[in-house]
Design a protein around this ligand. Structure first.
Ligand code: PXP
Length: 237
């Protein structure tokens, strides 16, 4: 059964808009888990624009399921992860001015640095996933640097201009998921998945987990967190 990791960054974004205590992403994580989410995902960005260090620390204490910390592969972030000990870290590229993570990590060009980061995280028993484009060279490089998982970036699929390009992107995701599995990598996917486009991705046999934020939090604003998570679970299972 495909697992659902709920990304709660947007809850922290609303809080930071006022610089106050509410809404608390910790409460959102609890509601998501009560509704059946298999894991909680948060991205501690270098600029701390949404999730704060305090959030990550408390999430580690209260999350009952699986905590996945997205982070750039920087020295500062590796140190934080080795202190907090999330169940998984997902290494992502980070640009200061982007609105969200644009494109996947370039594992091919940064393999030495990434090997070192992964080794360090592994010494603390943290499972490491690479957020990459659905590209065979990035998948092979992820295997070479010692990653445990690849998270395939579904942005191109989600933002496809028409049905034909969407189907092309879906085929690419299917073949890359199969290629990753053949190399012994676990496979997850995420970015831009919503209540309309998630089904076909959830049916890719190698995909173990989907990580979804924007669409769930957007729906939660209107119908509540538990209902939003339950409705997504019903679609992906
Ligand atoms: N996976 C990764 C690695 C991400 O960086 C993000 C965005 O924070 C997501 C999944 C979730 O994307 P979305 O918010 O579009 O569902």
């Amino acid at each position: 059964m495909v697992r659902l990791g709920v990304n709660i960054d947007h809850v922290a974004t609303v809080r930071q808009a006022r610089g106050v205590k509410e809404p608390d992403p910790i409460a959102a994580a609890t509601f998501a888990e009560l509704a059946g989410a298999d894991g909680i995902v948060c991205h501690l960005r270098e600029d701390r624009r949404h999730i704060q260090d305090r959030d990550l620390r408390i999430l580690r204490e209260v999350v009952q399921t699986h905590l996945n910390q997205e982070m750039a592969p920087t020295e500062e972030m590796v140190k934080i992860a080795m202190g907090v000990l999330p169940d998984m870290t997902t290494l992502v590229p980070e640009k200061r001015r982007e609105l969200t993570t644009e494109g996947g990590l370039d594992v091919v060009s940064n393999s030495d640095r990434l090997t070192e980061v992964i080794n360090n995280l592994h010494t603390h028993n943290i499972v490491v996933s690479m957020f990459i484009d659905a590209d065979i060279y990035q998948i092979k490089a992820s295997s070479r640097v010692g990653a445990d998982y690849v998270e395939l970036h579904t942005g191109e699929y989600a933002n496809a201009a028409d049905l034909n390009s969407m189907n092309e992107e879906l085929e690419k995701l299917k073949s890359m998921a199969a290629a990753a599995e053949k190399l012994g990598l676990g496979v997850s996917a995420g970015h831009g998945l919503n209540y309309q486009n998630v089904r076909d991705v959830a049916q890719i046999p190698q995909i173990e987990e989907l990580n979804i934020g924007h669409s769930i939090i957007s729906r939660a604003v209107l119908v509540g967190m538990e209902r939003a998570v339950r409705e997504m679970l019903a679609l992906i299972r």
